[in-house]
Design a protein around this ligand. Structure first.
Ligand code: GLU
Length: 310
């Protein structure tokens, strides 16, 4: 028995989908990886709906995600949490940062920041140029609240991708915690929730790798512990784009769960025995949980989605 399974009961993982579309092969991979990682260690697996970005929420998507997960045999611990009902926690965290002088009001519009992008690398995020860091210019109205990113590099060991380093100040600069429309940003909410829910193992898609140093910087500012991170390769379509609603990724409804799950296991480098896709759903999980081996997951940011799922 390895160390993880002896002390495993203290592990808490989670899956945190945004209800902006249906579950596709890529999101199923993230659900499966985080589930197996928590369950193989005897830990808990929480489900959190990241529905804060209300303009992007699609009516019915959350219910659709929950019923698909259920149909695939995922069992979450406790009630589903909804970020939209937890705003007071984010407000409190922002107030603490205000009290500590670690955030500042910003009067810039998106357009002004986009226009400031000298030397911008296409495809990367636009770095905030620091315009309001030392106070609003006369006559400017505060719009959003930004985190004053500390100087220096943030390092963390990713369990799949290896050692990750990012100079957050240089890469993205002072980032938004509360938007001009009053909505709390994902970066703040995820940090508050992971800590408040006792999540100590985050397993998610590598599209969030770039966000992780920001989250670690915020955890430090709020005095919160950092979970262990594992970023799984994301499934990409034939043109190399991450599967999403925009790429019209195939919905999972109507497919045989065991077949999709067995394909997702292979995508994650696991070696399911021949015929597992024909087994019952119970048999699938009975095999998959104890055989989870994160060291087999390819340390790549993206991999082609299997035939038929792009
Ligand atoms: N809600 C985020 C997404 O669907 C995931 C956040 C996370 O796992 O930290 O991309």
């Amino acid at each position: 028995m390895n160390r993880e399974s002896i002390s495993g009961s203290s592990y808490t993982g989670r899956f945190a989908p945004s209800p902006s579309g249906h579950l596709h092969f890529g999101s199923l991979v993230a659900a499966l990886g985080s589930y197996l990682d928590a369950k193989a260690a005897g830990g808990r697996w929480l489900l959190r709906m990241e529905d804060l970005d209300t303009p992007r929420n699609v009516p019915g998507a959350a219910e659709d995600i929950l019923s698909t997960l259920e149909g695939y045999g995922f069992q979450w611990d406790g009630e589903v949490t909804w970020q939209s009902r937890r705003q007071s926690l984010y407000r409190e965290a922002l107030e603490r940062l205000k009290g500590a002088g670690l955030v500042f009001p910003c009067g810039c519009t998106r357009r002004e920041i986009a226009d400031s992008r000298t030397g911008h690398v296409p495809g990367s995020e636009v770095r905030y140029p620091g315009t309001c860091r030392h106070g609003l210019a006369p006559g400017r109205q505060p719009r959003s609240w930004r985190f004053q990113v500390p100087e220096g590099e943030v390092f963390f060991p990713d369990r799949v991708q290896g050692r990750i380093v990012q100079d957050v100040a240089a890469a993205v600069g002072d980032f938004v915690l509360q938007r001009a429309d009053g909505l709390f940003a994902y970066q703040l909410a995820v940090v508050v929730d992971d800590a408040e829910q006792g999540v100590n193992r985050v397993v998610r898609g590598a599209d969030l790798l770039d966000s992780t140093p920001r989250q670690i910087a915020l955890q430090r500012a709020l005095g919160l512990p950092a979970p262990d991170y594992a970023h799984l390769p994301v499934a990409a379509n034939a043109t190399g784009e991450k599967l999403s609603k925009q790429t019209k990724a195939r919905a999972l409804a109507g497919l045989r769960p065991q077949a999709v799950l067995a394909t997702a296991l292979e995508f994650l480098g696991q070696e399911p025995p021949a015929g597992l896709e024909e087994a019952s759903l119970d048999e699938f999980w009975t095999w998959a949980v104890p055989h989870w081996d994160i060291s087999r997951v390819p340390g790549r940011h993206s991999l082609s989605a299997p035939e038929g799922f792009g």
